[in-house]
Design a protein around this ligand. Sequence first.
Ligand SMILES: [Zn+2]
Length: 475
Amino acid sequence: METEQTAQSRWQLRADWSQMDWSGELIRNEFLSPADQCAWQAEVLGDLIAFASTHVPWYRTQFHKLGIDSKDIGGVEDLARLPILTREDLQGNSEQLRAEVLPDGHRIDRKVATSGSTGQPVEVWHSEHSNMMVGIMTQRELRWQRFDPSGTLAMTRGLHELGTVHERQKYPLDHSYHYPRWFNVGNHFDTGPSVGFADTNSIDKQVAWLDELAPDYLTTQATLLEQLAFAYQDHAPPASLRALRASAQQLTPQMQERIESIFGVPVYQSYSLNEVGHVAAQCREGGRFHIHLENCLVEVLNADDKPCEPGEIGRIIVTPLANAAMPLIRYDTGDLAELAVGPCLCGRTLPAFTAIHGRYRRLALQPKDSWAYLIAIQRAFSLRLIAADLLAPIRQYQLHQYRNQSYELRIRASHPLSSAFHRHVRKFWEEATEEPTHPLAIVQMEEIPWGRALKFEYFTSDFVPPPDNDPPTRS
Ligand SMILES: [Zn+2]
């Protein structure tokens, strides 16, 4: 705890926020006993349930139908009496789920819309308080990962998230957008500057930009970070870099290994959702994803909606605790995880996931074995399993699944692909399943199209109709 307090002392709240120094409480919560954590969350949950059953039409109706009084939900263990809120429930019911009034001192901040993998939009209203939690939880994560707030943060992100409309019209795509502080966390804390660059610039341009800027930290989409790592096989990345943060797509262990070995610095990922805010963040010591107890209550459930046994993979169900504007109780995130067992090397007692697995709502739309093929390709590119000379020319790859279940491996490379590379990939492909495998074409391309998606996907499928339009998570 003392180490955390020392790490926190590097962070100064900005003058207009100095009244809101929560850091002492946050640090205490990180080392609470499980019983005290439960008691803490039960109290907040009780208030949330009482509020939702009175001021939110959706829950008022539902509690009435189920014959449940809000007082019946005394703690986390009673939550199972309430139904799970699916993404489908959220679609088209956002007005029913919105609070008619807000508690004293709470105000509406903004509406966040995400279209998600299934293409059906979901709208969630956030309060100023839930929005503020994004900044506060981000700072906690940066403290855990020992970021130095005086450093320069480079970030590549969607052009629509940079500058003003006027600036975007005035400047070319490869313009650098300068900010006096870091995004989000800089609203509340003194930090060094940040510099933004559109992530739709070519990887070569992003490399040149990073080389010139020589930042301390870089935050970008996980797949772009991997492409940057591929590009830095040619020459050393900026020596100034101290850590990386990956957003948007899931960072697989293979990607993490490749990125860290080429950049020579750690890469971190947090788990957040537009509907909820920050759910969990990775610690340095144990690599686990610890849950932000103040922001959400998390259950991991099996196919029968029962809590998973230790080591069992289940669905992540989240109840956000800090957003009175639109309370979501037991929201099914569509993600899978495995709860960690036993103490973490970092000493924090916050519950944690060992890993967060692929999005099963995509999987549900794809034929059986689709994931096995993707894993085969990821293995084929794994640092431990591919010879350095086969990997050296690779700059980017994407696996595409056609309706007839034939696949195309699209590759951007600095040199023509060798026959040894083709043989290497085919070996992994043939081992993907025990059945005879579906056909694979290996195609070298000048540029792999992003399609309509705002983030690059390394696995695209004609079975998943519209591309995933979630804007990259802010971090
Ligand atoms: Zn830990």
